[in-house]
Design a protein around this ligand. Structure first.
Ligand SMILES: Cc1ncc(COP(=O)(O)O)c(C=O)c1O
Length: 434
C-alpha cells in the first residue's frame, strides 16, 4: 500500500493540477507556491521535499495539542481497533465520559451536551435549541463574527466574503432568520473603538427589545474577523441585555475553546455565563468532533428526537477525552497564557519599529497583527507577501480579517520559548521586505 507519510511524494504542481480538475472551484488555498505537506509531529510539519516548518496556525486553531500527538493518536487508534462506530442510538461509554468531562469545565451552569461533527453543525444545533426554548425565530449576531457554512451559520456570519448564499440580505438588513448587527471593529482605523462598542450595544439593545429574537451568538474573540477580542464590559453588557429580554446568549468557542486564549474558554475571562457554548476544532485536535453545550434549563426544552449519525462516535469521543487529559497533564492553558504574553510583547516591539503593523491584539496564543499601508488603508497584499516569505523561511502563519490583512498567530499550545523567538525573527525579516 502507498505510504502517504513518506516525504518526496506527489509534487505540489501535481496536486494543484488535481485541485483545478476535480474540486469545486470555491476551494482556495494559501500561497502562490503552496507546499505539499506530508507529515506532522507536534508543532512541526514536513513537506514532500523533506523541508521542516514550524506551524503557527494549527490548521486554523485545531491542533492545539500538536500534530499527531502520540498520546491522542494512541487513544483514538486503540478505540478504533476496539469499537469504531455505533451511532448515538446505542449505548457506548466514551461519549458519556466526554459529556461529563465537558460539564466539569464549562462556564456557569452549562452541563448538557449534544455531539456532532463540525463547528457549523454545533452552531446550527444551538440555534435550534434556542428556538425550541424561546419559541422565537430570529437570531442575532454582530459584524466580524463567523459562525459556519450552513444556511443559518452563514445568515449569522458578519463577514461579507463568507456570506455566499445569494439570497442573504446585506449585513445590517434583517433577513427572515437572522440580523447581523454592527460590530466593534472600526474599518477606517483597523482598531476596536469605544464608539463602535457603544453603537453595537445600542443596536443589540434595540434589536432585542423587538421581542422576536431567540438568541444572540458571538465569538468572544472574533477569529476570522481578524482576531478581535470582545472587551469584558461589552460581553457583560450583552449578557445583561440578553437576560433582561429573554434572549439566549450563545458563545461560539469553536476557535477560542480549550485553552487557546489563556483560559479554558475565552468567554470565562469576562466572568460572563452564556446559556450555550459551542465547541469543535481543538476538541478533537484533528478528529472531527463538535458539540453544543447548554444549561439544564435550555436543554430541558429539547425533548423531541434529534441525532447525528457520527456525532459522539466512540473514536472521536476517545480522541477528545485524550485531548482534555493532555491539556490538563501538560498545563496547556497556563502555557498559552505565558507563551502568548511573550509573543504579544515581541509583536508589540515589532509594531513599534514597523509602522505597517497598525495593531496587535488578541489573548493567549490567539494573536493578530493588522497590516496597513502608509496611507492607513488595509494591506492584504502585504499580508500575502509576509505569509509567502515566512513559509519559505520555514514558518506557517495564518491570515484573516474583514480585509484579509491580519496576520494570525495560533500555534499549537505545545510550542516552546525558542519557537516564539524564531517566529518573531522570521516576521521581522518579512516586514523588512514588505
Ligand atoms: C468561530 C467559528 N465558528 C464556526 C466555524 C465553523 O466550523 P466548521 O468549519 O468546523 O464547520 C468556524 C470555522 O472556522 C469558526 O471559526
Amino acid at each position: 500500500m502507498k505510504d502517504y507519510n513518506t516525504p518526496r511524494d506527489a509534487s505540489p504542481d501535481e496536486l494543484l493540477a488535481g485541485k483545478a480538475r476535480w474540486l469545486v472551484p470555491c476551494s482556495k488555498h494559501f500561497y502562490e507556491r503552496p507546499p505539499h505537506f506530508v507529515r506532522g509531529l507536534m508543532q512541526y510539519l514536513w513537506d514532500s521535499e523533506g523541508k521542516r516548518y514550524l506551524d503557527f496556525f494549527s490548521g486554523v486553531s485545531v491542533n492545539s495539542c500538536g500534530h499527531c500527538n502520540p498520546a491522542i493518536v494512541e487513544a483514538a487508534a486503540a478505540q478504533m481497533a476496539r469499537l469504531q462506530h455505533l451511532s448515538s442510538i446505542y449505548l457506548t461509554a466514551p461519549a458519556m465520559e466526554l459529556a461529563e468531562r465537558l460539564a466539569a469545565i464549562m462556564p456557569g451552569g452549562i452541563s448538557r451536551s449534544f455531539f456532532c461533527n463540525s463547528g457549523s453543525e454545533a452552531n446550527e444545533g444551538a440555534f435550534l435549541a434556542a428556538r425550541l426554548h424561546t419559541g422565537n425565530r430570529r437570531l442575532l449576531s454582530i459584524e466580524g463574527g463567523l459562525h459556519g457554512r450552513t444556511f443559518l451559520g452563514m445568515a449569522t456570519t458578519g463577514i461579507p466574503m463568507w456570506r455566499t448564499d445569494p439570497f442573504l440580505p446585506a449585513i445590517g438588513e434583517p433577513g427572515p432568520d437572522a440580523t447581523v448587527l454592527p460590530g466593534i471593529y472600526d474599518k477606517a482605523s483597523g482598531r476596536v473603538t469605544d464608539e463602535n462598542c457603544a453603537r453595537s450595544i445600542a443596536a443589540i439593545g434595540q434589536a432585542m427589545s423587538a421581542g422576536d429574537a431567540a438568541a444572540i451568538i458571538v465569538e468572544p474573540i472574533q477569529g476570522n474577523g481578524g482576531i478581535v477580542p470582545l472587551p469584558d464590559n461589552y460581553l457583560l453588557e450583552l449578557r445583561r441585555l440578553a437576560s433582561a429580554s429573554g434572549v439566549l446568549m450563545i458563545a461560539d468557542e469553536v476557535q477560542t475553546g480549550f485553552g487557546r486564549s489563556g483560559s479554558m474558554f475565552a468567554v470565562g475571562q469576562s466572568g460572563v455565563e452564556p446559556d450555550i457554548v459551542t465547541v469543535a476544532k481543538a476538541l478533537g485536535n484533528g478528529t472531527p468532533v463538535a458539540a453544543y453545550c447548554a444549561t439544564e434549563a435550555v436543554a430541558s426544552s429539547f425533548t423531541r428526537p434529534s441525532a447525528s449519525t457520527l456525532g459522539g462516535n466512540p473514536v472521536s469521543a476517545a480522541a477528545a477525552i485524550a485531548v482534555l487529559d493532555y491539556i490538563d497533564a501538560e498545563g496547556l492553558v497556563e502555557r498559552a497564557a505565558a507563551l502568548g504574553a511573550r509573543l504579544e510583547s515581541g509583536l508589540r516591539e515589532l509594531a513599534a519599529r514597523h509602522p505597517c503593523l497598525a495593531d496587535v491584539r488578541g489573548r493567549g496564543l490567539m494573536l493578530g497583527a493588522e497590516l496597513r499601508k502608509p496611507d492607513g488603508s488595509p494591506d492584504p497584499e502585504g499580508a500575502d507577501l509576509v505569509l509567502e516569505f515566512a513559509k519559505d523561511r520555514g514558518l506557517i502563519v495564518g491570515k484573516n480579517g474583514l480585509y484579509r490583512n491580519v496576520l494570525a498567530f495560533q500555534p499549537p499550545l505545545v510550542i516552546v520559548e525558542s519557537d516564539v523567538d524564531f517566529a518573531l525573527g522570521v516576521i521581522e525579516a518579512a516586514l523588512q521586505t514588505v
